[in-house]
Design a protein around this ligand. Structure first.
Ligand code: AMP
Length: 282
């Protein structure tokens, strides 16, 4: 496994044999089984696998948790070596944003609601860094988690609009046995917050059960999710959403599909989760 912070080394390795397919998994490190499931999928689909580990400052607002975002490069590299990764790109800020950097990449409409409403500068940071990583790595396929549902929708739009020559592959959300979606940020939860945090997946599952039972009213579904979260004293709602999975606009009446999503604070720790509901076909 080659580990490098240098763009030119990445390019040399990537193009050493242009006939090989490359799968690419961008991450911010502090890897967990959710990240590793993306790597395993990339391993299965491609001749070679690259992972990037970079905590991208431009996707954090000044008030957010950039300085406390968990990091452990040694452990991450050991995990990636075990899974069988060929190349790990670990750039520094001055490689990604050298002096004079002034270009932006932004996707408009689908970046605005949900995460975009709570974190107005977030997706501009994500799109600029992912566009750069795609240009540096030039993968055949890039792997992202459904855990960050809006990120996937924003990046799918960017790939189409800017003609990136790659396939974007979406992988299912990895969960702990009690349903909590795996996240690097979970490490900051106190034991009490950790057990309270199961409310996220629980209220999403309850909403899915209501949908299966025939409930189609967006307000009723949002109210059900809110009530479940409000009953958990350690949880503070940021948003609860039942939206169209393409436009991300809130729906009044669910038709054949809906993205149920939410962001909830436990103290200063903000967690997100979602479930995509599709009409059962049989
Ligand atoms: P991050 O390091 O949080 O930026 O995540 C890197 C990639 O891993 C993104 O595509 C995430 O959506 C994905 N990811 C994070 N958590 C999970 C999870 N629990 N299950 C599946 N993918 C995940």
């Amino acid at each position: 496994m080659q580990v490098t912070p240098k763009i030119k080394v990445v390019r040399r390795l990537r193009w050493a044999d242009p006939t090989l397919s490359w799968g690419f998994v961008p991450t911010m490190g502090y890897l967990h089984a959710g990240h590793l499931s993306l790597v395993e999928r990339a391993r299965a689909d491609n001749d070679r696998v690259a992972v990037s580990i970079y905590v991208n400052p431009t996707q954090f607002a000044p008030t957010e948790d950039l300085s406390t975002y968990p990091r452990n490069m040694e452990r991450d590299l050991a995990l990636l070596r075990e899974v069988g990764v060929d190349l790990v790109f670990t750039p520094d800020n001055d490689v990604m944003y050298p002096p004079g950097f002034q270009t932006s990449v932004s996707v408009n409409d689908v970046s605005q609601p949900l995460e975009g409403a709570s974190r107005p500068t977030h997706f501009a940071g994500v799109t600029v860094v992912v566009a750069k990583l795609f240009n540096i790595m030039q993968p055949t396929r890039a792997y992202f988690g459904q855990k960050d549902a809006q990120q996937v929708i924003v990046l799918q739009r960017m790939v189409r609009d800017l003609n990136f020559n790659l396939d974007l592959v979406v992988c299912p959300t990895g969960r702990e046995p009690d349903g909590l979606a795996m996240s690097s940020r979970n490490v900051h939860l106190s034991p009490e917050q950790r057990s309270a945090a199961t409310v996220l997946s629980r209220c999403l599952r309850e909403a899915v059960v209501m949908l299966h039972a025939g409930e189609r009213d967006g307000n009723a579904l949002r109210a059900l999710m809110r009530d479940t979260i409000v009953a958990e004293p350690l949880a503070t709602i940021d948003y609860v959403s039942v939206a169209d999975p393409e436009t991300l606009q809130e729906v009044e009446q669910v038709t054949d599909r809906a993205l149920l999503s939410l962001a909830v604070f436990f103290g200063r720790i903000r967690l997100i989760d979602n479930m995509l509901w599709l009409t059962p076909t049989n």
